[in-house]
Design a protein around this ligand. Structure first.
Ligand SMILES: NC(=O)c1ccc[n+]([C@@H]2O[C@H](COP(=O)([O-])OP(=O)(O)OC[C@H]3O[C@@H](n4cnc5c(N)ncnc54)[C@H](O)[C@@H]3O)[C@@H](O)[C@H]2O)c1
Length: 280
């Protein structure tokens, strides 16, 4: 299985299950643009990098795990060897908690590709501890990565982007729904959702759009544990009106939409892509 042709990963045989290649969705206006994606070493970030590069976007992929990022970039470039005018994926390391390091990737992208048009604040962590026991280190690191990381990314993006640029943050259905044992995560994603709205209001003055995607349960490394826990999987499926987990592929289309000119009058929006789970 490659990054690009990974099938949808339905977790049930429910008739709502989706078939077909969602990678066909196109946004020609994206071609020639330059994107920065944090946390692009694996999961949804890697999928966004592959989808954008395939459409002729030059991508800087930045991850805490620099080696993982380098391997992912090489795999994407290899898969695109026969794709005419595919963008390059330039791999670099970053810790999104470090504001200066995020500024460095913004400047790296501009030096290498001449500009920055698109920025995805995707890096995140998903810790689990009952609220009574959350240690100081966990709440601090969760807020630093999931919230401060988004703010610093948006600041770095604004310092290099021209009017017309688009920033997308990764929030979560957990911003609106309580998940037991995930108080640090839920509160961090609620902050991301509201931060997105705050940024959109101020960044409108400089011609930049800021939106967020709030995924539901998406089948990545972050959530892979659920396959080893049948009761937890059953409970998760029960709370999803479409009766299956989402695949990373299914977040790509909404992401491309928000980045593209199709959404040029959309800002400050938190787009739920969750199979309806925010209502259950
Ligand atoms: N998978 C889901 O069900 C789900 C649901 C809602 C929201 N999200 C959010 O979507 C985003 C991507 O999730 P995913 O499932 O692809 O996760 P993932 O764990 O598969 O990938 C996250 C990536 O972020 C990187 N990262 C972690 N800390 C970092 C840091 N300090 N600096 C730079 N990079 C760092 C990791 O190395 C990893 O490559 C996250 O923000 C996550 O909270 C995921």
């Amino acid at each position: 299985m490659t990054l690009l042709d990974a099938p949808d990963t339905p977790a049930s045989d429910h008739p709502g299950r989706v078939q077909g290649d969602l990678m066909q969705v196109d946004h020609p206006d994206l071609r020639g643009k330059v994107a920065v994606i944090t946390g692009a070493g694996r999961g949804m970030g890697a999928r966004f990098a592959a989808a954008l590069a395939r459409r002729g976007v030059q991508v800087v992929g930045a991850d805490l795990d620099e080696q993982l990022m380098a391997g992912t970039a090489a795999a994407i470039d290899l898969e695109h060897a026969d794709v005419a005018d595919a963008g390059e994926v330039l791999a670099t390391g970053v810790d999104v908690r470090d504001r200066d390091a995020q500024q460095c990737i913004a400047e790296l992208a501009r030096e290498r590709f001449g500009k920055v048009d698109l920025w995805i604040n995707n890096a995140g962590v998903f810790p689990e501890t009952p609220a009574l026991d959350i240690p100081v280190s966990q709440i601090q690191s969760t807020l630093a990565i999931n919230v401060e990381g988004v703010l610093y990314g948006a600041q770095a993006a604004a310092s290099v982007m021209e009017p017309g640029g688009s920033i997308v943050n990764m929030a979560s259905v957990a911003a609106a729904r309580v998940r037991r044992g995930r108080a640090a995560y839920c509160s961090s994603k609620a902050a991301v959702a509201h931060l997105t709205e705050c940024l959109a209001v101020e960044y409108g003055d400089i011609g930049l759009r800021v939106n967020a995607i709030a995924p539901g349960f998406v089948d990545t490394e972050m959530t892979r544990w659920v396959h080893d826990d049948p009761p937890a999987l059953a409970k998760a499926l029960d709370s999803i009106p479409l009766h299956r987990l989402g695949s990373p592929e299914e977040i790509v289309g909404p992401m491309l939409f928000l980045l593209s000119d199709s959404a040029r009058y959309v800002t400050g929006h938190v787009l739920a892509v969750d199979g309806g789970s925010r209502h259950v």
